[in-house]
Design a protein around this ligand. Structure first.
Ligand code: PRT
Ligand code: ZN
Length: 312
């Protein structure tokens, strides 16, 4: 920057009536992330950023929020608009349901799965219908807010059915005679149950994903890498537990084989002869199976502790 640049900046700063230091501040590069303004994704999206150590000064502006300790700006949008805004570069990355990414079919990059807002897109029919196979949908009317995903599924299965696109309360469509079946998101399945429907075909599984613009410059890519590193540490910590137990020395080999930990378990001798304390990390999915085996091998005093962050 030379003196002419400084003159120009000063001139603009005074024209806008803003203090000079604010102009310098806006020159710092920040990654723009789009998250859902309100709805099922909002809280978990903010939580994952918070757990990644990113803090926001909660201004009144609900359109945008700036992180105070990380080069990140959050923009709040309707989830349906996020893929398009990311493709257009209005936001460089975004958090949205995979179902929306597939349905909107925008030219964006799928970066990471985030492990929350898990659901599936399924076809459901009145519970008394004697369903046999996907061929039962031939010539039927199916109501959905996901016409693209449904039409891909129907084509793949050689089914010729009529798609009725509706934007909400899809589950009431069969009851009011608007459709023979529905294609909608299912979480616990209780909405289907309450509306006298049963799930017959799962079209896709979905969870919240981080998507990105395909043409990020080097500065934005390096901020994104830092963000991904932090999110990854949060995700790993959620999937793993720290485990401490007392083990009889004669069973240590078997025990170490089932709880290998990040490199290998830590083993410390106990004051009581013939016993050791074993510390390790176990994956949540294998947890209950491992616990049963540990008891079989005579492990005692088993403590399981949540991990806050985990970096391999
Ligand atoms: O206002 P905006 O457009 O931003 O939000 P939205 O109303 O379109 O979406 P929102 O907030 O309802 O959901 C956002 C995202 O959450 C979805 O795109 C999915 O990726 C994810 N998600 C996870 C779900 C569900 N689970 C879910 N169960 N989205 C919707 N549902 C609905 C479903 O449509 C049905 O009406 O919940 C009902 C079924 O739930 P169960 O538990 O009874 O089976
Ligand atoms: Zn939406």
């Amino acid at each position: 920057m030379d003196l002419t640049d400084i003159d120009t900046i000063l001139e603009r700063a005074y024209q806008n009536g803003r203090p000079f230091f604010l102009c310098l501040e806006t020159m710092e590069s920040k990654l723009k992330i789009a998250i859902q303004k309100s709805g099922r994704l909002f809280e978990d999206s903010m939580r994952i950023l918070k757990e990644a150590g990113i803090e926001f000064n909660n201004g009144v502006n609900k359109l945008k929020s700036e992180a105070v300790n990380f080069p990140l700006e959050v923009f709040f949008f309707r989830d349906d608009d996020i893929p398009q805004y990311v493709e257009d570069g209005i936001a460089e990355v975004g958090i949205v349901g995979e179902n929306v990414v597939i349905e909107k079919n925008r030219d964006v990059k799928m970066i990471d799965r985030l492990g929350f807002a898990k659901c599936r897109l399924s076809i459901a029919i009145p519970k008394d219908y004697p369903y046999k196979s996907t061929q039962d949908f031939q010539g039927k009317r199916i109501a959905t807010s996901y016409p693209r995903s449904l039409s891909i599924f129907l084509k793949k299965n050689d089914i010729c059915a009529e798609i009725h696109e509706i934007s909400g309360s899809v589950e009431i469509a069969p009851g009011i005679g608007l459709a023979d079946a529905i294609c909608d998101l299912v979480g616990s399945g209780s909405t289907l149950l309450m509306n006298g429907l049963k799930e017959t075909e799962v079209i896709l599984q979905s969870e919240a994903v981080l998507i990105g613009n395909k043409a990020l410059d080097q500065t934005k890519l390096s901020i994104l890498e830092k963000l991904r590193f932090r999110i990854d540490a949060v995700k790993k910590s959620k999937n793993n537990k720290y485990i401490l137990l007392n083990a009889p020395n004669k069973k240590l080999d078997e025990i170490c084989r089932i709880i290998p930990g990040m490199k290998s378990p830590t083993i410390l001798p106990l004051a009581q002869a013939g016993w050791s304390s074993v510390h390790s990390v176990v994956n949540e999915n294998d947890f209950w199976g491992i616990l049963e085996k540990l008891k079989e091998y005579g492990a005692q005093g088993i403590l399981v502790i949540p991990i806050e962050k985990m970096i391999l």
